[in-house]
Design a binder for this molecule. Structure first.
Ligand code: SF4
Length: 383
C-alpha cells in the first residue's frame, strides 16, 4: 500500500512540476527571452524598459516570486494605482473616521481598512478604543446580516475597492432594497481602473512603456474596456497572477514595444473574455452611476468612481449622515502617492522599514496587504 501511495505521489508531483504554471524550466527560458529583448530595447531607446503593474495582487506576486530581483538590471518594474486601499484619498479616509466618530452606528469594513490612519492619526481601529462598534467583515452581505440582527442600529459598510469588489456589493444593495433592510448603508468610495490608466497616459505621468493589466478586474469589465489604450504608444497585457503569467506578460510587452505594436493582449484568457461578466456588469449598471472620484496623490479623476443610482441613493451613507469629503493632507514624508503613480519605489522612502512598518504603518501602502511597501517589506525586496 505504501509503495502504491508513494508511486501515486510521485505521479502527482510529476504532473504538478510539469504544469505550465509551476515549471521552473519554463520560467528560466522566459527570463532568458526577456533579457535578450530588454537588451534590444535598450539599444533602441537608450534606457531600460519601464513596465507598470496595475494590480496589488501582481505587486505581491512579483515581490514573492523574486521576479523583480531576477530582472533588476534589465527591466524597471513599477507599481501603479492598483491597491484599492492605497488609492483611497486621505480626505475619504478622514470622512469614514468622522462618520464613525460622530454617529452611533456599527461600522463594518474589510480588514485592510482598519489600520489606515487619517490626518489626525486616528483609524477605524483606534475608534474601538472610544467604544465605537467597528467590525471586520468579509462581504457586504455580512454587513446586511449584522443589520438584520441589530434592527435598532444603523450599519455602515465601507465600500472601498475596484470593479472586482463592486458587483457583489451592488448585488447586496439590491438584496437590501428588495428585502426592506433600511438600517444599512454604504460609503461609496469605489474606484475604476480604466479612467486611472487614462489619467496616467493623458498626463504623461512618469515613463511607462507597457502596462500589466489587472486580471481580477478584467474578469468583470472585459478586455474591451482597455481598447482606448490602442491610441497611445503603450502596449498592454491582461495578465494572470502566477509568476509564469507575469513573466510571459513582460516578455510579450517587450516584443510589442520593440516592434511598435500598441496592442492589448489577453494573456489571462483562461479567465478573461472580451465582453466581461455580463451579469456582474448588469447589476453594477442598475445600482451604480459613474461619477468623478478622488484618488490619493492625484485628486479628482473624471468618471473614475461610483455613486448610487436614484433608485438606490438611500443607501449612500455619506448622504444619510451628511458627511462631506475633506481636502486632507497626506501623511508627512510618506511617498505612497508617488509610488502609486510609479514615480518612486518603496526603497526611496526614508521611513520604509524604520518609522513605517506593517505593525505601525505611516501610510496605506504599508497597511494594505496589496500595498507596494507591504510587499517589499514582507518579501525583503531591496531595490
Ligand atoms: Fe508611506 Fe510607509 Fe510606504 Fe514610506 S514606507 S511610502 S511612509 S507607506
Amino acid at each position: 500500500l505504501l509503495k502504491l501511495l508513494k508511486k501515486s505521489m510521485n505521479q502527482i508531483n510529476e504532473i504538478f512540476s510539469s504544469s505550465v504554471w509551476s515549471n521552473p524550466k519554463i520560467a528560466i527560458e522566459i527570463v532568458k527571452s526577456i533579457k535578450q529583448k530588454a537588451v534590444i530595447f535598450k539599444r533602441k531607446y537608450l534606457r531600460n524598459v519601464y513596465i507598470m503593474e496595475v494590480c496589488g495582487t501582481h505587486t505581491m506576486s512579483i515581490a514573492k516570486s523574486g521576479i523583480r530581483d531576477a530582472l533588476y538590471e534589465y527591466v524597471n518594474l513599477i507599481s501603479g494605482p492598483g491597491c484599492p486601499v492605497c488609492v483611497t484619498s486621505q480626505g475619504e479616509i478622514d470622512s469614514i473616521i468622522e462618520l464613525g466618530e460622530k454617529n452611533d452606528v456599527i461600522i463594518t469594513t474589510f480588514g485592510d481598512m482598519m489600520k489606515v490612519k487619517g490626518t489626525l492619526g486616528k483609524s477605524l481601529s483606534s475608534l474601538r478604543l472610544l467604544n465605537k462598534d467597528v467590525r471586520v467583515v468579509y462581504s457586504a452581505m455580512d454587513a446586511i446580516n449584522i443589520a438584520c440582527e441589530n434592527p435598532s442600529k444603523e450599519v455602515v459598510f465601507v465600500g472601498v475597492g475596484f470593479e472586482t469588489t463592486a458587483p457583489t456589493i451592488a448585488a447586496s444593495v439590491k438584496y437590501a432594497f428588495e428585502n426592506g433592510v433600511r438600517n444599512f448603508s454604504i460609503v461609496p468610495f469605489f474606484k475604476l481602473v480604466p479612467p486611472a490608466l487614462k489619467y496616467l497616459v493623458d498626463f504623461k505621468i512618469g515613463v511607462i512603456d507597457g502596462f500589466i493589466l489587472p486580471g481580477h478586474v478584467s474578469v468583470i469589465i472585459g478586455a474591451k474596456s482597455y481598447d482606448f489604450l490602442r491610441e497611445y504608444n503603450i502596449p498592454s497585457v491582461i495578465s494572470g497572477f502566477e509568476p509564469l503569467d507575469i513573466l510571459r506578460s513582460i516578455d510579450i510587452l517587450l516584443e510589442k514595444k520593440i516592434n511598435n505594436q500598441n496592442e492589448i493582449i489577453n494573456e489571462y484568457s483562461r479567465a478573461v473574455n472580451y465582453e466581461g461578466n455580463k451579469n456582474a456588469l448588469k447589476v453594477m449598471e442598475e445600482v451604480f452611476s459613474v461619477v468623478d472620484s478622488r484618488w490619493r496623490a492625484v485628486g479628482v479623476i473624471k468618471y473614475s468612481g461610483y455613486d448610487f443610482t436614484k433608485k438606490y441613493v438611500y443607501f449612500n451613507a455619506l448622504k444619510k449622515f451628511n458627511v462631506k469629503i475633506k481636502d486632507s493632507l497626506e501623511p508627512k514624508d510618506c511617498l505612497c502617492g508617488m509610488i502609486l503613480l510609479g514615480l518612486k519605489k518603496p526603497s526611496d522612502c526614508p521611513l520604509f522599514g524604520k518609522r513605517c512598518r506593517p505593525e505601525d504603518a505611516v501610510g496605506p501602502c504599508m497597511v494594505s496587504s496589496e500595498g507596494a511597501c507591504a510587499a517589499w517589506y514582507k518579501y525583503g525586496v531591496k531595490r
